[in-house]
Write a protein that binds this ligand. Structure first.
Ligand code: HEM
Length: 493
């Protein structure tokens, strides 16, 4: 009994010390950041309990609306600042302070990639990994069909519709995910999986992406780990990640990478990306785990984002057939030689309407609502507020894309014509994040998205089989998740 009493008293004393420390002691970061506007904090938890763990992006955005473009949050024992709006994001990530915001701050519970994958590594390792991907998705290579999206898109349409004039396609998002997986598996590993394995991969990728969008309390206060167990188990985050890692590791063994790749002419060959990582490993520039872990990140990051983007715009176009007609007219104007199925990414300059639809899709559906944090490596003044070195920075991309403050009163309407010039990478759009840790898959996405739009809408109209409009609101995940819907693909003559 005495021992139990002593333990209880010990715990109570410890708690009192922690609360008092939090109330009366300020470390350097807290001293500097406390002048930044933000909601009041409570001891130990800070603002953690004011965040809805199931919709972290919405909580963050509600707070931006109350406290402004530079907003301080204390999440457990982590000092964080949320940045919203093109000007502050540009200032920090693209222009003045680029270097200070370069490091990724990856939280404990998602530290699965051993600091050797794409998303969590910093420094030289990251530089090499990123360089390999960047050199395979140059505009020139994409114009020359580097990711072979045309082939896979046509194959999907032929398989689904055969010779039928009208085909009811069940669960369009699932078909598009299959397409995105095939393209990215071919690009990274040079493999084509059978239907059964594809299903496995897609469901595991979706699990990781859905679960990774939830707030994990222990990322900010490790003692709260038990609170996360339920949501992690429900979302299968850890088991799905390890499943995929093991699956691709086995593929690495069976691929038996050609040891002579050093001597091959890379300018003419579309070798799978894994060969490039393997080559870097042989040269000694990356660790052995950095052959497969970046590939896993690329597959994870590439499948869910691109497929959900396409599914959301398809849903929107089903509900707005007049937009489909405008797309078709534009394709017909360009298709004098009837060769649109050979469309190349370079053709996008001739398709201003499709490009404006793509831009508005990126803006309106804001696929990645908030980013994994970056960490400041020096003190820095942003928009008049000093942010301390060591602060976790969260980019509020959804708020940046959908706030009336930046886009005017019609911010919540889908209006492709709001873009006056028809180029990709419009000012104010941050769908691929920003700066040195911005998305390295941007051009890959644009190339696939553009070719899909031209090939699909040249050959088909997409029609709602039901009376109620298709739901294009989606669910929160690391990327917004489009809900399943059916559609009729009607062949154009
Ligand atoms: C619609 C499609 C996509 C969207 C909206 C998207 C968006 C993003 C965003 C917002 C980030 C975080 C950037 C930041 O912190 O500033 C990111 C990171 C990343 N994306 Fe994408 N992405 C897409 C497609 C792709 C594709 C196709 C690939 C691969 C081929 C890819 C690979 C990655 C990787 C590896 C990272 C981590 C980069 C790092 O930490 O340095 N993404 N993406």
């Amino acid at each position: 009994m005495n021992i139990i009493n002593t333990i209880i008293i010990g715990i109570l004393i410890l708690l009192i010390i922690i609360v008092f420390k939090d109330l009366f002691y300020e470390d350097r970061i807290k001293k500097i950041n406390k002048l930044i506007p933000g909601p009041p904090t409570i001891p130990v938890f800070g603002n953690l309990l004011q965040i809805n763990s199931k919709d972290f992006p919405k909580s963050v955005n509600d707070l931006y609306e109350k406290y402004g473009q530079v907003l301080r949050l204390r999440l457990g024992n982590v000092e964080a600042v949320v940045l919203t709006g093109g000007e502050v994001l540009d200032e920090c990530f693209n222009k003045k302070h680029r270097e200070i915001f370069k490091e990724r701050y990856l939280k404990l519970s998602r530290y699965l990639g051993k600091n050797l994958n794409f998303i969590s590594s910093n420094g030289d390792n990251h530089y090499v990994i990123r360089g390999v991907l960047a050199s395979e998705v140059t505009v020139r290579k994409l114009n020359n069909g580097r990711i072979q999206s045309n082939k896979f898109i046509l194959e999907m349409l032929n398989n689904l519709c055969k010779d039928n004039d009208e085909t009811v396609v069940k669960d369009v998002p699932f078909e598009v995910k299959k397409l995105a997986s095939k393209i990215v598996l071919n690009f990274t590993l040079g493999i084509e999986e059978n239907e059964e394995n594809l299903l496995l991969i897609i469901s595991r990728v979706s699990s990781v992406f859905k679960a990774a969008g939830l707030l994990l309390y222990s990322d900010y206060l490790p003692i709260l780990f038990p609170l996360d167990l339920k949501s992690m188990a429900k979302g299968d985050l850890i088991s799905s990640y390890f499943f995929l890692r093991d699956y691709f590791e086995k593929k690495l063994e069976s691929i038996k990478i050609n040891e002579n790749i050093n001597n091959e002419d890379k300018t003419t060959k579309n070798n799978p990306l894994i060969e490039d990582y393997y080559k870097k490993y042989l040269e000694g520039s990356i660790h052995h785990d950095s052959i497969i872990l970046p590939i896993l990140d690329i597959i994870l990051a590439g499948v869910d984002t691109t497929s959900n983007t396409i599914c959301f715009i398809m849903a929107r176009l089903i509900n707005n057939p007049e937009m489909q007609d405008k797309i078709y007219e534009e394709i017909m104007r360009n298709d004098v030689d009837n060769n649109s199925n050979n469309v190349s990414f370079s053709d996008h300059l001739k398709y201003p309407y499709i490009v404006s639809i793509m831009n508005e899709t990126y803006r309106y559906y804001a696929m990645i609502s908030i980013t994994e944090p970056n960490m400041t490596t020096e003190d820095v003044v942003v928009n008049g507020y000093k942010i301390a070195k060591g602060t976790a920075i969260i980019k509020n991309l959804r708020g940046t894309h959908l706030s009336k403050e930046f886009w005017g009163d019609d911010a919540l309407e889908f209006k492709p014509e709001r873009f006056k010039t028809q180029t990709l990478n419009q000012k104010g759009l941050f769908h691929f994040g920003a700066g040195p840790r911005g998305c390295p898959g941007g051009r890959y996405t644009e190339s696939m998205f553009f070719t899909f739009m031209v090939i699909f809408f040249k050959n088909f109209k997409i029609v709602n089989p039901n009376d109620t409009p298709v739901d294009d609101v989606g669910e929160v995940g690391l990327a917004m998740q489009c809900k399943p819907y059916n559609a009729i693909f009607v062949k154009r003559n």
